[in-house]
Design a protein around this ligand. Sequence first.
Ligand code: FES
Length: 151
Amino acid sequence: MAPPGDDDGNRPERGVDRRRVLQLLMGGSTAVLAGMAAAPVASYLRPLALPEAEAVAAIDDSLGLWEARQVVVAGRPVLVVRTNEGVRAFSAICTHLGCVVKWRKGRREFFCPCHGARFDAEGRVRGGPAPRSLARLEVSEEPGAIVVRKT
Ligand code: FES
């Protein structure tokens, strides 16, 4: 007696096996595609590991009173200002939405051109929408140079 099946003699169990294999292949392909799509996103979101050397910037010590100079520390803009109390260094990234602030020598303040936040020479919020002070960086005066370090 012939085993049960269709007119071609195929047994139903073999069709189920093929279906299961196709499901596994489709599932595997989907997982591979999802991994391929996620890799660049994960790479973009992971912070860059910067060499230690880039976490330091130096400028010559000719910075005048109430003058500022922009440097890059660990890939971020930093403003170095000489005040009556000494040299200060602040992140130039506005604490509101991240625009780059500028130094206004005449007003002795940092100003954000995006939404008008203002910070005093110590980086404290003086006005506008910024929620907190500018981040302060370690700065030191050494013979012939002002050195800024990311702490
Ligand atoms: S980003 Fe600076 S005030 Fe909005």
